[in-house]
Structure formats: structure tokens, C-alpha cells
Design a protein around this ligand. Structure first.
Ligand SMILES: *[C@@H]1O[C@H](CO)[C@@H](O)[C@H](O)[C@H]1NC(C)=O
Length: 658
């Protein structure tokens, strides 16, 4: 498909090249004669520096694309005829620990993604304007809607409200962020033309307008002078906005007439803009892979452009929830309807997860050139990055669970089980990502003993007695209804058929990502205050707690690898070496269909989760820049059974219906 498409593009650019090459760039056109004003909405069409503009924007999050590939993706975005890139700003990337900030020079765990100013400047170099959405709440199907998990260590904190404790943290973060954004504003010679205040507050369960006003005041006081906006579903009316202060945009995926018509009534004589127009949709584990028809997309997009209206394509390029950064959705506070988002954030977007063009891309390029208010130079679409199917490699080392625990970076003794956020680690910021192990030794477990965990676990628990996994492996979505998974309240499991003395019990709890939309206010992970553990009628206490965060430096220094035992049934790490002898080091996918449940680490970097029995995602995008000539270490943390002995690569993504 991509090949045919490139021929088509080639023809297309031959026809337009002669005309386009002499045209001014966007910046030449919109800043000619000096910059006197930013984006204006004082009339029914946007003007920028006094010239009419329709905003043809594409969403792409700097935190979901390897920084080494930002330029490739931005170039492809500009070559689609789009004039603007939109990104959310993720607070939890920039303040991963309480008071520890990283905007590209802090060397924090996810610091590779922290160079926000670098991303914004690069967009300008690629002839693009920028819309930023600094939240502080962003949803984005991202971990905790962008909030750092350490906020939760403050008892009773009410995030996303005017709670003074919460607002104090927002102010401290904005004191770092806003000076960076301020310098990059259009009227100061930078690319930022619009800043959205908060995000879809109209969908919030609390709709705290004082909080919205507070965030607005901070942004204004922080020196932001470009157009300030709000974005909501049109059904929310003005309930998530500040009429008169914020320019209102709306979010929708179809019914352009209905949505733009309603917005026009809410906000007459102003430009119409969809801040989120959906060309695709996100995937949850255990759901169908979501796609949206490209002809339908094309028709809707053309209606928007012909109106003439403005739109940000959410997403133009979705990218990947690398590491453990995926968020989740949830309708209920008790975790019973918890829906974690997959590692892939492909989104069925016009530019795929691996940066391939699609029929939607083609439609965008054609329609933007047809409807653009200004005749400016549109570059040709860049060459695609070829992907490679590396030879299948054998697993050559295994680290048993007890040997992982022995190397755990921290160990905390506690009478009651503590949640991740309450652990006294990471300079008292607790644990954000990964797994937490509750360990007991010296237990007497009579035959047919029943272990019960009250409430719902957050989010899954594996039960090991004397190192043997007793709970069900997640080989199909049906198992989500078994003990050990988030849907079950007060779950129990029968442990043994014989008496055990001096036994060891491990409860390995995995955090599958904090909710970013819905009921997300109190999201402790691991065993939380309402989770009590009973062995028969006796409550179990006196735990040794091991946080397993799988940070890069720790991953790279794991020791005591043994030979692979094929009889292994239970969580373990498996290691393989991908040796690249030539210079053809490029992108690939890892096909995880012969494994069951866990996550993958490449050269120390956690690539993300896999769950082959759950679907829909079956292969993991591995960016070429993370590979090197010579040996590359691939580690798989597999939860359950001895799966297969190999790492298999694939040219393309693989989605299967569960
Ligand atoms: C275990 O759970 C099952 C199913 O919910 C329930 O019927 C049973 O009474 C529980 N057993 C114990 C010992 O709590």
C-alpha cells in the first residue's frame, strides 16, 4: 500500500512542484514586513499578523515519538500541507519527582523526551506554527492525564480542582514551564500561536470553574500573550470555558454541520475550530482494534475545510506509549471498569506509528492545498524509513523471580501493605511505574487455605507460593474475570492441597497505567488502603515490599543470568542478543505472538507492555535509533508460562481481534 502511494505522491509532486517551489514559506508569508500581531479571532476568520489563515493542524506528542525521529515526523506533517503542529505538555515528564524538574537537561528517567523547547524550535525550523496545550490536566490517554503520581502522597489532595495544595504545585511547575513557552511565542519571533487552558473541563466530574480561572490567571501572569483557548465537546456548552476570556474550540469526529452549527451559536462571528477532529481512535487492551474509514474521514475533513473552518487532527501521528506511560479509562472509582490503553498509540492516524503514509495522509495533502487561504510552499513528502526484519534470535539467559527480587533496588518493611505512591523512595516521591511485590516468609499454610484480597486490586496480582505461580495466566480476555484481575471484588484463591510449613508468599502487583479520563481522582496503585489480605480468617501483615520500577541503569546491570529452564512457570526475565553486523540499522517491530504477558526492554529502555492473549496489539514498534551496530540486549519480562524460546521480528504492526 505504501509503495503504490509513493508513486501517486511522486506524480502529484511533479504536477505541483514547478508552481510550489517559488512560493513563500509560511514564515515568509505571515511575517513579511515584521510581526505586529498574533492570532486574532475578532472576525469570522482567523488572522495571523493581519493576514487570513485557516489553521490546518496535526496533533503529535513529543513524548510519544523518539526524539531522534521528531524531525522526520514534523517534516512529514508539513509535507501533508498542514501549517501547525499541536502538542500537549505532560507535567509528569517534566517533574517526575516532587520539585525535580527536567526540560531537557535534567537526566531523569524519561528525560530523553523532556526537551520541549527543542521540539517547539524544531517545528519552527520545519516551517510550522505550534499550538501547545499545557493543561495541567491533559487527558491524552496518558498516565494520570499528565499529572505526576507523587501528587497523591499529599493526603486528601484534590487534583484538577482549586484545592490550594494542588494549585501550589501547579504554580511551582508553571513557574518553570511558562518562561520557556513565553520566549517561543509568535509575537516574540517564535512559533507558538495559541495556548489552550486546561482540557475538556466540561467533561470533568467536578467542573471547578474557580480552578479554570486560577489556571488562566497563572498563564496570563506567566507572560503568555498569544490567543488563549478552551476545548470541549459541544454538548458541554460553555461549562468548561471562560466566555470572554477563552476562545472556545470543540472536539468531534463526525457531523461537521451539527458541531460547527452549535459552536457558531455558542460563539457567534468568530472562527470555527475543532481542536480535536478524530481521524482514528485509540485502542484498549482486550478490545477490538479501532479504525476509521478513510473516505468518511476525507468527506468530513473536506466539509471542515470548505466551511471554511480550522481543525487540529487528533492524532495526525499518534506514536507509542513507550515504557509504562500509557493511561487508562475508567467509569467507576472502584477499578471494576478499568480499561488500560495499549502500548501502541497508532490511533489509525494519517501517519502510522512507524511513520508510514496512509490514504488519509494523501487526502490531507490534497485537501489542504485545495482550500488553503494562502499560497505557500509545501515541501514534498520525505522518503519513508525502510524497516527491517532482523533474523529471529534465541533466548540465551534467564533470571528467575527470586534472583530479580534479590537485586531489587529498594526494600521496605511495613506492617500493612503500602501503595506505590506511599513508598519512601525516589526522594519521597513514591513509585510511579512498574510492579510492586509484597513478600512474606515463614508462613504456615494449611492444606486448602484460601487467600482473599478485599476490594479491587490495582491492577493485577500474581500469587506465588514458594516461587510457584498459582494465579491464572492471562491467555485470554476471559481471564480478566478471574481472581487476580481488576474486575474482581474481594477475590480469593485456594493455595495448596497439602500443608506447607515455613512457606514464602509473593503478591506481585502490576500497575497498568493510571486513569486519564473519567473517575481518576484517587488512583493509588498496588495494594491500597482498602485492600486487606487474608489467609483464611487471619489478616496478613508484616510485609517486605519491593518496588520494581525497571529503570534503565538497573535494567542494564542485572546480574546472575542462568541457563534457560523450559519448565519455568512463573514470572522471569529472559535475555537475547540481537547482533547487527552491517550498517543497516533501522526500525523494526517485535512480534510478541508466541509470548503471553509482560513487557520488553531493549538496551535498557522499556519499550512497553505486551498482552498477546488480550489483543488487539501483537507487535511492538522498535525505533532504529535505539539499536546500535554490534550487540543489542533484548530482555523480556514474561509473567506466566515458558512461552517460546525466540524473539521474532516483523516488518509491520500486527493487530488481532481478541
Ligand atoms: C471465594 O469467592 C467465591 C466467588 O466469589 C465465593 O463464592 C466464595 O464464598 C469465596 N470463598 C471464601 C472462602 O471467601
Amino acid at each position: 500500500m505504501a509503495f503504490n502511494f509513493r508513486i501517486l505522491l511522486g506524480l502529484f509532486s511533479l504536477i505541483t512542484l514547478g508552481a510550489s517551489a517559488d512560493l513563500p514559506t509560511l514564515y515568509e508569508y505571515y511575517t513579511e514586513g515584521g510581526i505586529n500581531s498574533g492570532l486574532s479571532v475578532d472576525q469570522p476568520q482567523f488572522t495571523l499578523n493581519g493576514k487570513t489563515i485557516n489553521i490546518y493542524s496535526g496533533g503529535m506528542h513529543y513524548f510519544r515519538v523518539p526524539p531522534e525521529l521528531w524531525q522526520d515526523r514534523l517534516r512529514k506533517l508539513r509535507a501533508a500541507g498542514l501549517n501547525t503542529v499541536e502538542t500537549y505538555i505532560a507535567w509528569n515528564i517534566h517533574e517526575p519527582q516532587d520539585g525535580v524538574f527536567d526540560f531537557g537537561d535534567g537526566g531523569t528517567e524519561l528525560g530523553a523526551w523532556a526537551d520541549l523547547a527543542g521540539f517547539i524550535r524544531m517545528a519552527q525550523e520545519e516551517d510550522l506554527f505550534v499550538i501547545v496545550r499545557p493543561g495541567p490536566y491533559i487527558c491524552a490517554e496518558w498516565e494520570f492525564g499528565g499529572f505526576p503520581s507523587w501528587l497523591l502522597k499529599n493526603d486528601g489532595i484534590e487534583v484538577r480542582t482549586n484545592d490550594p495544595t494542588f494549585m501550589g504545585y501547579v504554580q511551582r511547575y508553571f513557574d518553570q514551564l511558562l518562561p520557556i513557552l513565553s520566549e517561543l511565542q509568535f509575537t516574540k519571533g517564535g512559533p507558538i500561536i495559541m495556548v489552550q487552558v486546561e482540557n475538556e473541563l466540561g467533561f470533568s466530574w467536578r467542573k471547578d470553574i474557580d480552578y479554570l480561572q486560577g489556571v488562566y490567571d497563572m498563564i496570563v501572569a506567566g507572560g503568555i500573550v498569544e490567543l488563549l483557548s478552551s476545548g470541549d465537546g459541544v454538548g458541554s456548552g460553555t461549562s468548561g470555558s471562560l466566555p470572554g476570556l477563552l476562545f472556545q474550540t470543540i472536539d468531534f469526529g463526525s457531523d461537521v454541520t451539527g458541531n460547527f452549527g452549535a459552536l457558531e451559536e455558542l460563539q457567534p462571528n468568530k472562527p470555527l475550530m475543532a481542536m480535536e477532529f478524530y481521524p482514528g481512535w485509540l485502542d484498549h487492551w482486550s478490545d477490538q482494534h479501532q479504525t476509521r474509514d478513510s473516505n468518511e474521514f476525507r468527506n468530513n475533513y473536506e466539509q471542515i475545510l470548505a466551511w471554511p473552518g480550522s481543525a487540529n487532527l487528533y492524532m495526525f501521528h499518534g506514536g507509542t506509549n513507550f515504557g509504562f506511560t500509557n493511561g487508562a479509562n475508567n467509569g467507576d472509582g472502584d477499578n471494576s471498569n478499568y480499561q488500560p490503553v495499549t502500548t501502541s498509540y497508532d490511533y489509525d492516524a494519517p501517519l502510522t506509528e512507524a511513520g508510514d503514509y496512509s490514504a488519509k495522509y494523501d487526502a490531507i495533502r490534497e485537501l489542504t492545498q485545495k482550500y488553503s487561504a494562502a499560497q505557500t510552499y509545501t515541501p514534498d513528502p520525505p522518503q519513508l524509513i525502510e524497516r527491517r526484519v532482523y533474523s529471529t534470535i534465541d533466548v540465551n539467559g534467564q533470571l528467575k523471580f527470586e534472583d530479580i527480587l534479590r537485586q531489587a533496588p529498594d526494600k521496605i518493611d511495613s506492617d500493612v501493605p503500602l501503595s506505590m505512591e506511599k513508598l519512601p523512595i525516589n526522594q519521597n516521591s513514591g513509585q510511579t511505574y512498574g510492579y510492586i511485590v509484597y513478600h512474606r516468609e515463614g508462613l504456615n499454610i494449611p492444606a486448602n487455605s484460601v487467600l482473599t484480597i478485599t476490594g479491587h486490586v490495582r491492577d493485577t496480582v500474581m500469587v506465588l507460593v514458594n516461587g510457584v505461580l498459582l494465579s491464572n495466566a492471562l491467555t485470554s480476555s476471559d481471564h480478566l474475570n478471574d481472581f487476580g484481575y481488576w474486575r474482581i471484588e474481594n477475590g480469593n484463591i485456594t493455595l495448596t492441597t497439602e500443608d506447607l510449613n515455613d512457606a514464602t508468599l509473593d503478591l506481585i502487583v502490576e500497575n497498568w497505567g493510571r486513569v486519564g479520563f473519567g473517575n481518576f481522582y484517587y488512583q493509588f496503585k498496588g495494594l491500597i488502603d482498602s485492600n486487606q489480605v487474608f489467609l483464611n480468617d487471619e489478616e496478613l501483615n508484616s510485609w517486605t515490599i519491593y518496588p520494581l520500577e525497571f529503570k534503565r541503569s538497573w535494567n542494564r546491570n542485572l546480574a546472575d543470568w542462568g541457563a534457560v529452564e523450559e519448565s519455568q512457570s512463573g514470572p522471569a526475565l529472559y535475555k537475547a542478543t540481537l547482533t547487527i553486523d552491517d550498517n543497516d540499522i533501522t526500525d523494526t517491530f517485535i512480534d510478541m505472538r508466541s509470548w503471553i504477558r509482560g513487557f520488553v526492554i531493549v538496551n535498557g529502555i522499556v519499550l512497553g507492555r505486551y498482552a498477546s492473549g488480550l489483543g488487539p496489539q501483537q507487535a511492538m514498534y522498535l525505533p532504529g535509533p535505539w539499536l546500535q551496530k554490534g550487540d543489542n540486549e533484548i530482555i523480556v519480562f514474561e509473567h506466566s508460562l515458558w512461552p517460546g524460546s525466540q524473539i521474532v521480528f516483523s516488518k509491520d504492526s500486527i493487530f488481532e481481534t481478541p
